[in-house]
Design a protein around this ligand. Structure first.
Ligand SMILES: *Cc1c(COP(=O)(O)O)cnc(C)c1O
Length: 371
């Protein structure tokens, strides 16, 4: 990218071959869910060690269906983190259950696993951890907590597709694992998602919950035995995903390289809070720094924009949103999540970025913080 161009905080990389494939699907006469979705599910399954994977039209839909498959509903409590995209908690409300929040670990910025046990009650049915910025939650500790309490785990791996734990890709092990393929995620279908199913779940029930509860019979008849949503992925979107899968490894390698370049130029002497330096597990979905406490974030973002650099905010702590206040949450409940939520900024990081772009972001950031 030339230096005079505006540098967004993220941007998808879609190759010409994929664009040509999408055009051929558009011309094929079949553009909604069909053979391309099946091929995409097969590719996702292969990535996840052969587990059963079903594609969805969003990561949110995949999470909601996971909760329904886990039998979670009114009266049940689900433990999650206040520092996530609000979809993670919204799906809990969607099925009529109650979100119970646990503060983050300020080092990983993920849910503090050491505080989960204290939040478990007789009503707790599940934990939804998220891998913020692509840094996986410690899966060993997570399941060591969940299994003896008989809790389901719905891994919100929206940001960690391509990341790994114990040397295997996220999605290969665990209970439910939900991915998002939103345009900003490491692998995209424009909008889309997927759910990796545990062995005790019937894939055909997952398919019915995905599409109006419809069960078809060989004689052409049908039945509807469950209330399903309208959550199917299109063949157009799946074709983008198939094209992206070919580059997943190189995307992750490139992101790690760029993150390393950020670390080489930024340090805490600037008053910045840097992310955990993990080059084994994380897919570096985002490079997030915490601004010095006295910095006005709005002004910082505006100044960076004037310098041609896009900066994002992921995320304000969700317990302070109006929709969540009635659950009794208040300021001060989750101090680590609140602090990160107020100070975090997401710097540009995407596979097509050049090394010189990182240098330009760092120089701009340093000059803006200096003034
Ligand atoms: C993106 C995201 C989602 C939702 O995915 P969509 O595909 O946008 O529905 C859920 N949780 C987290 C943590 C996300 O980053």
């Amino acid at each position: 990218m030339r230096s005079e161009e505006f540098l967004p905080f993220t941007r998808p990389s879609i190759d010409e071959e994929t664009i040509a494939e999408v055009v051929s699907v558009l011309r094929s006469g079949w553009i909604t869910s069909g053979p391309k979705v099946q091929d995409f599910e097969a590719a996702l399954s292969e990535h996840c060690g052969g587990r059963v994977v079903r594609a969805f039209n969003s990561g949110t839909a995949a999470l909601e269906v996971a909760l329904r498959l886990a039998g979670i509903g009114p009266g049940d409590e689900v433990i999650t983190t206040p520092l996530t995209w609000v979809a993670t908690a919204n799906v809990v409300l969607e099925v009529g259950a109650t979100p119970v929040l646990v503060d983050i670990d300020p080092i990983t910025r993920n849910i503090d696993l050491n505080r989960i046990e204290a939040a478990i009650t007789p009503k707790t049915k599940a934990i939804i951890p998220i891998d913020l910025a692509g840094l996986p939650v410690d899966r060993d500790q997570l399941y060591t907590i969940a299994i003896p309490h008989d809790l389901r785990v719905i891994e919100d791996a929206a940001q960690s597709f391509g990341a790994s734990w114990n040397g295997v890709p996220i999605g290969t092990t665990g209970d439910f694992v939900a991915f998002s393929f939103h345009a900003n995620k490491n692998l995209t279908t424009a909008e889309g998602g997927a759910l990796v199913l545990p062995f005790d779940v019937d894939p055909s029930l997952c398919e019915r919950l995905r599409l109006q509860g419809v069960k078809r019979f060989p004689d052409g008849g049908m039945d509807v035995d469950v209330l399903g949503g309208k959550f199917n992925l299109t063949d157009i979107a799946a074709t983008i995903g198939l094209g992206q899968m070919k580059h997943l490894g190189e995307f992750t390698t490139r992101r790690r390289h760029l993150a390393q370049r950020y670390f080489a130029q930024l340090d805490s002497s600037l008053g910045l809070g840097l992310p955990l330096e993990d080059f084994t597990n994380s897919n570096w979905h985002m490079f997030q720094v915490l601004l010095p406490k006295a910095t006005d974030r709005g002004r910082f973002i505006a100044r960076m924009k004037e310098l041609g650099i896009g900066v994002g905010v992921h995320y304000p702590a969700l317990h302070l949103f109006s929709l969540y206040r009635p659950f009794g949450f208040k300021q001060g409940d989750f101090p680590h999540a609140e602090d990160v939520g107020l100070r975090t900024v997401t710097l540009p990081l995407f596979p097509a970025m050049q090394d010189a772009d990182v240098d330009r972001v760092c120089a701009a950031l340093i000059s803006v913080l200096d003034h």
